[in-house]
Design a protein. Structure first.
Length: 238
């Protein structure tokens, strides 16, 4: 195998590989890990879903011929749930119709096997540059709690007290996630359907202000039947 370039730790990607061929999966995991990325490999959609239950990844490398749910279906489903995730389809299917179906399903890149380590490294490097640019923007997001202002790449948005409560607590929560009931409690909203609707309105208004300040989308995403997750790090000043 060719010599591998190790990337700086602050530029590494979190990568998941779904490939049912064990030896090939281990080869990709080892190669990308030695490049400096954080890599996990799985053989089917169920194992991947268990892994993603606690968060997301920067890059999903996905085979198409899998036991159970196929790669097209996985890509389509995860593209909706994780809009910021990059999806690379790596498969033996090389027909034009297969490529078209791959991109329609949500793939950002489509490579056919066999693929050389050098070609895979070039594609992953390109994705890493895009992710790093997004991270750089995110690092510029600042919440000033004293002046109730959010500063981002495009300027400053004025926040309300509920905005500050929501953003501060999401930013400080583990994995930047909070359950519906906790957010309702923080805002002193009744934990019922009306309270959930009121919370959705608050979140929507906050997302609009974050967008206006230049925070990359999605700034906050809904966790189905669970709560909300802040998708970018926010520096808090007092």
């Amino acid at each position: 195998m060719a010599a591998m370039r190790v990337v700086p730790r602050n530029a590494c990607l979190k990568i998941a590989i779904v490939e049912d061929h064990g030896d090939l999966r281990d080869l990709f995991v080892d190669f990308l890990s030695e490049m400096g990325h954080e890599v996990a490999g799985y053989g089917c959609a169920d194992d991947l879903d268990d892994y993603l239950a606690d968060g997301s990844v920067d890059l999903l490398i996905l085979d198409l011929n899998l036991p159970g749910e196929d790669g097209y279906s996985i890509a389509q489903r995860l593209r909706t749930a994780h809009r910021e995730m990059h999806i690379l389809m790596l498969t033996a299917r090389n027909a034009v119709s297969d490529r078209i179906m791959g991109y329609v399903s949500g793939a950002d890149n489509y490579l056919t096997k066999p693929v050389s380590p050098q070609e895979l490294a070039i594609v992953v490097d390109g994705i890493m540059r895009r992710v790093s640019a997004t991270r750089l923007q995110a690092e510029q997001v600042t919440l000033d709690t004293a002046h109730m202002q959010l500063s981002g790449p495009n300027g400053t948005s004025t926040l309300t007290p509920p905005d500050v409560i929501l953003l501060k607590n999401l930013a400080e929560a583990p994995s930047r996630k909070l359950a519906y009931w906790r957010l309702q409690e923080l805002l002193q909203i009744e934990p019922d359907d009306n309270g959930k609707a009121a919370l959705e309105v608050r979140i929507s208004r906050l997302k609009k202000k974050m967008h206006d300040a230049g925070v990359p989308d999605p700034a906050i995403k809904s966790l189905w039947k669970k709560g909300y997750q802040l998708c970018v790090p926010v520096q808090i000043v007092h």
